[in-house]
Structure formats: C-alpha cells, structure tokens
Write a protein that binds this ligand. Structure first.
Ligand code: 0X9
Ligand code: ZN
Length: 377
C-alpha cells in the first residue's frame, strides 16, 4: 500500500474507533465496484433457502482454509440452521476475539439474511486478494467501507482495502448465522412454522402456527406473569399473535440452536439483523435502566451509525420486548449485542436498495470486528 493510501486508511479507521458522540444521518449510495451474488428467485433480490445453502457450501469448499460451514440445529420442518466460521486458523480453537452476526429471526425480514450472505461472500472472496485498485483510478484502497466519499469522487466506498480485511480475519473469529428462521423464511412469515397447542401448549388440537423466536429466549421471560400491564405488547400470550412467545422459554428449535452455539463460544460483540426502521438498538428491551456497559454500547453504536446513518437508541425506547435475543445474550453472557433494523420496509424488492443496504453493512460488520479486536488490546 502507498504511504498516503495507508495514512488515509488508518485515519479512517481511527475516526471510526474514537469518534465522539455525533450521530450522522446520510443517504446511502450505490456501490459499483462489487459484483452481487446471483439471486435465485426470478427477479427477486433474495436467495431462496436452497440457493443460500448451495452458496454457503460452494464458498466453504472453495475457501476451506478460512471458512467452515456447520449446522447448529434442525427446524420443525427439517431444515438445517447453518452457521459459518471465518478465521485464519479456521479449524482450531484460537482464543481470538469472537463476533457473531445473525440474520432473519423473523422469516419475512429477508434483507437480514442477504446482509449476512453478502458479508460472508465478500470476506471469503477478498481474503486472499492483494490490495487492488477496485475503481481503476490509479490509487489503492483510498475509499474504505465507512460510508464516506473519502476520495471525493462522488462515489462511496468504492475502493476498500483488501489487506485491512485480511488483517481482521487474522485477528478475529467471525461467526455468522445468516438465517435463524429458515421455515419462516420459506413460508415468508415472521414466526417459525411449528404448530401451537394453545398459549401454554396443553390443548390437544392445533390452535395456530408459529412462535416468535425473538420472544422465546429465556432472559426475563417470566416477567409477563408478574407485570402484565407493564409489558402489555412486549410479548404475547395468545398463540395466534405475531409476537407469541411460545409455551416455555427456549421451546423453539431455533432459540435452542442459537443457545447451544452461544453457550459453547465466547462472543464479545453480536449483531442481529432485522427489518425495518433504520435503527441501531442496544439492551435493554425489558427495562429502561441503562445497561452496565452503556458507554461502550454508545461508543460502538455511534460508530456504527457513522457508517450506516441509522438512529441509535435503547431497545425499549422503540418499544418494550421480553425474550429477545439481545437481552438474553447481554444478560446471560455480557455480550455487547445490538439489533439493527435495516431499511425502511420489511423486504424491499428493488435490488439496488437491497444491494446498497447489504454493502453498507459489510462495512458495519468489518468495523465490529475491528472493535472486538480493539477491546482486547
Ligand atoms: O420486535 C422485534 O423483535 C424487533 N423488531 S421487528 O420489527 N423486526 O420485529 C425488535 C427487537 C428489539 N427489541 C426492542 N425493540 N425492544
Ligand atoms: Zn424482526
């Protein structure tokens, strides 16, 4: 890398890591240097479950030195819940800082899965590349993925640094669960597809279909019994509701799968991708009390906001929830867990909109890796 380019890349990273509290709002611009993965659905910007599976299988066999694909569980309808590990010594226990990205707890919120897939594909395909003049302007790495037109050419993030990505993959263990709710995704519905037998699971007949996986995690799950009015709307006892919490904490195969994965790792920062609202949310969802690590949440959240332009707030400020994955991860393991609500609609069908959203969050995810690395130094 040329000295000037290296200086610009380092300066950009430093600005991201130490920037003060300003939360910038910026409109996203298309990136023309990146070739998006081919979508399987005719005219749809979203992979089907089957297309996602074969993409992950192909990437992991083509890049087996840094990428492993494994199952963390099986859904009610028999689909595999896939997880990916990306790291330089991918087959060994490495002791490096661990980060986790998850997509589509809600099956109808498809961009979350695409953002994860795009990230996996970009990292796997770029890791071995030398620093490249992506925009053919004679300069190397002069416009990193930080939401800023660093070289003032009217385009944003069109020449990121391959060696920077390489160093992040060497320094961290990156885990991605691109599709937490494959059954809901295939059916294009929010909840999973398991049959319900009344609110508490005791009725003989099937009364409705589906549990909201993001109300099924075990942290503060029972509070609803004691503070019914306080948590009206935060979770639902009625099994036909879109926010039905399930008959018991961790009753769903999907929440169990995420639990056993998280339980056997040491995740320092996590992002779970949803749609929509352009929000970055930090715990708690169940309480207005600030989390113990509120300053770290604010610092990381504000830097994410500088990249994606989204609005940072405590989850409960958007609305209260009981049993969401971030409260559980932070409350149980101390993981700095954020929800990001992508975009302005559940599943936009404009490929350019999806593309821009995904690319911008490749930058967010790389920043999260850098932050996890910085936290341990
Ligand atoms: O309700 C949810 O599970 C998430 N929003 S969504 O519109 N994608 O369904 C938000 C979860 C974050 N927690 C809180 N807002 N409390
Ligand atoms: Zn959601």
């Amino acid at each position: 890398m040329k000295p000037l380019s290296r200086f610009i890349a380092c300066l950009s990273l430093c600005i991201l890591l130490v920037s003060p509290c300003a939360v910038a709002l910026r409109s996203a611009s298309p990136v023309d240097s990146f070739t998006p993965p081919v979508s399987s659905g005719a005219g749809s910007p979203y992979h089907t479950y089957e297309a996602m599976t074969s993409l992950l299988q192909n990437l992991s066999s083509n890049h087996s030195d840094i990428m492993q694909l494994f199952s963390i569980g099986t859904t009610y309808e028999g689909r595999t819940i896939w997880a990916v590990k990306i790291s330089s010594n991918v087959t060994s226990e490495e002791g490096k800082p661990q980060v986790l990205f998850m997509g589509a707890h809600h099956g109808n919120e498809k961009p979350g899965m695409e953002a994860c897939l795009r990230f996996i594909q970009y990292v796997a395909e770029t890791y071995h590349m030398p620093d490249t003049d992506n925009d053919h302007d004679g300069l190397l790495n002069e416009d990193p993925i930080d939401g800023v037109d660093n070289d003032h050419d009217g385009r944003i993030d069109e020449d990121p640094s391959e060696s920077y990505l390489h160093s992040l993959v060497n320094a961290t263990e990156i885990y991605v669960i691109p599709l937490v709710n494959p059954d809901g995704y295939a059916a294009d519905q929010r909840k999973n597809m398991e049959p319900n037998h009344g609110p508490f699971g005791h009725q003989a007949t099937v009364t409705s279909i589906g549990v909201d996986i993001n109300r099924n995690y075990g942290y503060k799950w029972y509070r609803y019994f004691f503070f019914l009015r306080l948590y009206h709307g935060a979770t639902k006892l009625e099994d036909s509701s879109e926010a039905y919490r399930g008959p018991a904490p961790f009753s769903t195969a999907e929440a169990q799968a995420v639990r056993s994965f998280v339980d056997s790792h040491d995740i320092s920062i996590a992002i779970t991708y949803h749609t929509s609202g352009q929000d970055i949310l930090y715990p708690w969802g169940y309480s207005r009390l600030p989390p113990r690590n509120v300053l770290t949440f604010l610092s990381i959240g504000e830097n994410i906001s500088l990249i994606d332009g989204y609005y940072l707030e405590q989850s409960i400020q958007l609305y209260p929830t009981l049993g969401d994955v971030c409260d559980w991860m932070y409350g149980t393991y101390g993981t700095l867990a954020f929800t990001i609500e992508l975009g302005t609609s559940y599943a936009p069908d404009n490929p350019t909109v999806v593309d821009t959203m995904c690319w911008r969050h490749v930058g967010v995810n790389l920043y999260v890796c850098a932050a996890a690395q910085a936290m341990t130094q």
